[in-house]
Design a protein around this ligand. Sequence first.
Ligand code: UDP
Ligand code: MG
Length: 312
Amino acid sequence: MTMGIIYSIIAPIYNEIDTLPELWRRVSGVMNSTGESWEFLLVDDGSTDGSSERIRELAKADPAIRPVIFTRNFGHQVAITAGWDYARGDAVIIIDADLQDPPETILDLIRKWKEGFEVVYAVRGERAGESWFKLWTASLFYRIIYRITDVKIPVDTGDFRLMDRKVVNVLKQMKERHRFPRGMSAWVGFKQVGVRYKRAARQAGVTKYPFRKMVRLALNAITSFSYFPLQVATFFGFFSAGLAILAIPIVIYMRITGSGAFFGQATTLIAVLFLGGVQLISLGLLGEYIGRLYDEAKGRPLYIVREAPEDQ
Ligand code: UDP
Ligand code: MG
């Protein structure tokens, strides 16, 4: 066991074969310039493009690299979690493998850590090389999450951040399955600060976050940190019940006075369809939470490693 590692860098890797050599070159350049000891956890999240082989080669050339290789794709958030589990440093830094998070910014994060902050998150100032759709959905996502969750998760902030050992030790105890690391790291408290940076374009390859995965991430974020959707259902329930209480005497009165209103099938049909729809949506929301509960109850391991760093 090596003693006294100061920095652990964690990069989740899913089919990033073309960015790996440049990632290693830039991260090691920056980290060596600190003059302090560091390790590089490359967490291979079930890549199928030969990234695993490339990681093993890099690890042979540079002892700072510690590969964690999954048996299949478990997802970005889980890969980050594995990084936390294997990291030994006093400060743990998460960085995307595609170099959208410039490694040079790590030095800014470290500076704040040395000032005494325990979570230093990187805030996306500008973003280059991304479609307007991605920018717009991302911006909307951060703002919705900020409004409806109980934890104030900083806006325009991804997983790129530095966390003190104390924080990582707490996060390691949080075994929830549907994970939202940036929310979890806001939830724990501690002294937090943001550092602005310019998010670069992808170095190579394509995004591993198609729309489907972005929706899933948003759902995880919302359900892990709030009951808002359930509260919306309750609100709708009270609203329609209130409407009914108002409408009943009016309908009775009109019926008695024989004004002829509200006799059509159309009104009935609309009311039934509307309420039926609201009820099914509420049921679906409930199901979302129950499914998550079921996943928690099963208590399966979060991930399975094929190869762990040998000295662990
Ligand atoms: N990633 C991962 N597992 C996945 C999807 C993505 O480990 O299932 C990694 C990916 O290799 C990258 C990081 O997560 O290092 C961010 O992914 P990406 O750059 O594709 O997301 P975007 O920046 O487009 O939101
Ligand atoms: Mg990216």
